[in-house]
Ligand binder design. Sequence first.
Ligand SMILES: [Zn+2]
Length: 592
Amino acid sequence: MADISYRIELAQPHTHYFDITLTVPAPAAVQQLSLPSWIPGSYLLREFARHLSGMKASQGSRDVAVEQLDKSRWQVRCSGRQALVVRYRVYAFDSSVRTAFLDAQRGFFNGTSLCLRVHGREQASHGIEFGVLPTGWQIASAMPNPAPGSYLAADYDELLDHPFELGQFWQGSFEAGGATHAVVVSGAWSGFDGERLLRDAQKICAAQIEFWHGPAAKRVEALPFVRYVFLLNCVDEGYGGLEHRASTALIAPRRNLPRLGQAETSDGYVQLLGLISHEYFHTWNVKRMKPAEFMRLDYAQENYTELLWFFEGFTSYYDDLMLVRSGLIDETRYLKLLAATVSGVLATPGRMVQSLAQASFDAWTKYYRPDENTPNATISYYGKGALLALALDLSLRSGSGGAGPVSSLDALMRGLWQQSQGGGIDEAQIMALLADLGGPELSREAAHWVHGTGDLPLPFLLERFGVQWSSDKPTLAQRLGLRVSESAVAGVQIKQVLADSLAQQAGLSPGDELLACNGWRLRRLEDALLSLAPQQLKLRLLIARDQRVLELSLDLPALSAASKVEGAPVLLSPAEKAAVRVTALRRAWLAA
Ligand SMILES: [Zn+2]
């Protein structure tokens, strides 16, 4: 029996309202209540209380006044120790994994959206019960479930860390590392190959359990959870995931699911497996081992750390790496995914402006609030953080003097896991262990990579592993420094103009519509090249900006000239040509 309890009713799901009754036995004389402003793992103030309404309180048959103190905090003056009962509604119509959703087909919620915090009682047990559910609906969550329909969390932090899926869904399970892993899929088409998804997810989980805890025979440490739940919601468009202590909420396009009778592995399915791998890796890296600053969370305001390059970036490095190591993709496919990450980082001038540590600290106002200037002023701690992990892994594996494999990033991760005992770590600890494993020079270099804005020496490092680096022919958008959206109907719209690019020098601006080039109507940017006569390099552009039609022109440098602009990098692995030692190094990296 829980101390604090929430009864959740969804009598009219089509109105998108959850009705909640919170019961607080023996309340304080002045009892404060609040709703979190953000959800751990997603670093943006989302002010969940904006969807809460109709709050009323009572003790026995007596109504008690509720006074609102600020945007997300209330207080109730109670008399006597009789239980305080608080009723309120929450509007839930956001299909992301970060908040709550309810309609006639399904329901989903995080405790951060529905469950008021009872100040002074955070350490008490918190329970959830449901009213009558629509016919045929089931409930899925990793929250302990001591009786049918009744869920129990040891404290308020745990209550917030187990999302719930409600509705009619597909469900299967597998075992990995001795623990049951449930997979819940909502919104799948019939003909979806659930058995294949279970098989492939099992390979990822088994590889990660072995990564953190060693092979089964030598495992001394228990897994940090007894049961794990994947909650996957399939939609037309949408992608994302949020990590929790014993579960993850995922959203992915339903066309990415594997289909019965389909043997090949589509790019969409690889993306879904990468997402599963990413969120599962967080079970260790950020849900348990975490920034020291996150050991006590403040749900009312921003919680700053400079370490997201480690907790998100390194997790991003391992998500795809675990796919190749568990045999779900081959080396060539892995290098293609890696090349896409490299390409994304190199196409971002903001990498020369913002360091990885700054990008982490500013996540709340920059990464999570992107605008048209984002690529010029910021760098993603996911993408560049993953490349930093790659640079460190290859440096550790090849040894500082190239004398042979001496260590690996795997050893760093496991060492930190043991040192931290699954708790807080700081940058000094990461750098100290790096110095132990790879020498003080590598540790000093790593500090420059984290706090500076220079490029990582990846072509040089990859070459040691027999991976050749070359570049595709640049597209016109790359040569001009533009990011556009284009379609036959809407034409070419400029989304972003990269700093110091030809497009910026010519005076193009985000929001401009490119109407025509050299007298020809433009529907696709690349078609501008077709309007050029041989040897002609001048683009005369007709643009629309806030209803005005303007003319601009720019001279395209010849492609053969020594141009700063390169196309997307291509990483090739010529296995048969590489020397034996190099091949062995690469095998150890990709098959460790
Ligand atoms: Zn993540």
